[in-house]
Each structure stands twice: as C-alpha cells, then as structure tokens.
Ligand binder design. Structure first.
Ligand SMILES: C[S@@+](CC[C@H](N)C(=O)[O-])C[C@H]1O[C@@H](n2cnc3c(N)ncnc32)[C@H](O)[C@@H]1O
Ligand SMILES: O=C(O)C(=O)C[C@]1(C(=O)O)C=C[C@@H](O)C=C1
Length: 241
C-alpha cells in the first residue's frame, strides 16, 4: 500500500482537494490514517448487508472510491440473486477500483458506474451506502439526493450514511478537531501535512451536525434514524425506510 505524502512538503498555494490520480494511488493509506474508525465502519457495512439485503434486490455504493464498502457488502450478502452498483465521478478512483475488484473473489455481480451520484437511478434497492461521500455534495443538493435514495429503497431497506460531522457547541467542536488532529499525528502525519490538508478540504468537505443529518433523513421518509458509530468528529448513521 503506497504511503500518503501528498501534503508533506510546503506548497505555495493549496489547491482545493480533488480525488485525482495522486489521491487514488495512496487512498487506502490516506483514509485509514485520517478517519478514526474507518475500518470498523467498512467491516460493519458488511454486517449490515448480511442483515438488510433482500433477495433479488440491488445495493448501491455511492462514492465507492476503491470499492472497500462494495467488497464488504459483496462478501456478506446472503443471496445469490443480488447486484451491487458502485458509483464514483473520479476516473482515477474507478480505474483503480476496477483493478481491486478484479482481484476480489466475491460472487455477487458488481456494476461500476462513472457518474455523479446525483444522476444515478436508484431502483429496487434494499441497501445504499454513502460512506464519506455526502460531505462532498453541495449542501443545497443533499436533501434531493437523500429523497431519491429513500424513494428507490424497498420498505425495510437501509441507508448507511457515514460523515465527518460538526458540533454546535464551539468548545466541543474545537475539542473534536484537536482530538482528530492528535489521531492523525499518532498515525504519522506532521503538523504541516495536517494543516495543508485542512486548507485543501476547506469549502470542499462541508460537515454538518448530527441533528441536521437526522432531520434530513426523516424528512426524506426514513422511519428509523440514528447513529450506530461515532469517534470524535466522524459518525455513521443507519436510516431504515
Ligand atoms: C472519501 S471518498 C469515499 C470512500 C469510500 N466510500 C470508502 O468507504 O472507502 C469520497 C468519494 O466520493 C466520490 N465523490 C465525491 N462527490 C461525488 C459525486 N458527486 N458523485 C460521485 N462520486 C463522488 C469521490 O470521487 C471519492 O472517491
Ligand atoms: O478530515 C480529514 O483530514 C480527512 O482526511 C477526512 C477525509 C474524509 O473524511 O473523507 C477527507 C478526504 C480523504 O478522502 C480522506 C479522508
């Protein structure tokens, strides 16, 4: 696995974060060292697939990157007549995802789509996954996307929504940011890397509070919504239709 050293030298001006070839080539290392609980969230995405995926239905991995959530679902779906649709709008990510999937021995068919998740038709679904993707969609477009997903899910279907989150209390917000940065430091990132990445993500990754996420999911028609995992400012919700 290639090491993420994208931000380890001083840059004169920091461009907005993009999922380009440089990021795709170090992505597993980057996300593991940047998101506390990432590996647990991916593993539990598989456990949730085992419980919620219905016979003859589709599963959607929206913003699939290199296919970690797809592979987790693929190995836990308890039926042989399901299909996974994995979508990403980064060509570099999808090219690598294709290679990763070629090495995977799961039997559930996977269709890879190069598209904006907002253009994808969601139908006959029993599981949809937005693992750290909604945070990159403009805030004004988030409700429409969730409504579309809710409409495409069968009754009893599930959405897993994992996000970097914000907090209303400024003191708690500051504490969570500092603890997250400590986590990154403990994983080998320097202060320069942390601060340059933070600038690159400014206005690109826009976190919202858990209260906003809960309300939006309820408004979209999910009947049961709550957090199942949180570590510092990273959380994952289960929303059941
Ligand atoms: C943090 S990564 C997701 C990680 C992945 N779900 C996982 O669990 O390993 C965010 C991904 O969403 C993709 N993405 C961001 N906005 C998108 C959009 N509007 N449509 C499709 N993909 C998008 C990015 O290209 C990137 O690969
Ligand atoms: O907040 C950070 O520093 C992050 O790196 C978070 C995050 C994410 O949550 O998606 C941002 C971009 C990369 O895709 C990997 C992780």
């Amino acid at each position: 696995m290639s090491k993420d050293n994208i931000y380890d030298t001083p840059q004169l001006s920091i461009a907005g974060f993009r999922f380009d070839r440089a990021v795709a080539s170090v992505f597993p290392d980057m996300i593991k060292r940047s998101v506390p609980g990432y590996e647990t969230i991916i593993a539990m995405t598989g456990t949730l697939a085992e419980r919620y995926v219905q016979s003859g239905s589709r599963c959607y991995d929206l913003g699939c990157s290199l296919g970690a959530s797809t592979i987790a679902m693929r190995h836990h779906i308890p039926h042989d007549n399901c299909q996974i649709i994995a979508v990403d709008n980064s060509e570099a990510m999808l090219a690598q995802c294709r290679e990763v999937l070629a090495q995977d021995d799961g039997r559930v068919p996977v269709e890879l789509l190069f598209d904006d998740v907002q253009n994808v038709e969601v139908t006959n679904a029993s599981m949809a996954v937005l693992n750290f993707t909604l945070q990159f969609i403009p805030v004004a477009q988030r409700s429409e996307l969730l409504q579309h997903i809710a409409d495409g899910l069968r009754p009893g279907g599930v959405l897993v929504l994992s996000e970097k989150v914000a907090f209303e209390d400024p003191q708690h917000q500051q504490l969570m940011i500092e603890l997250h940065h400590n986590f990154k430091r403990a994983n080998g990132y320097s202060d320069l890397e942390i601060s340059q990445k933070r600038s690159a993500l400014e206005d690109v990754l826009v976190p919202e509070t858990l209260a906003v996420h809960r309300q939006r999911l309820r408004d979209a028609g999910f009947s049961s919504v709550d957090v199942w995992f949180q570590c510092f400012n990273f959380a994952s919700l289960i929303a059941i239709k």
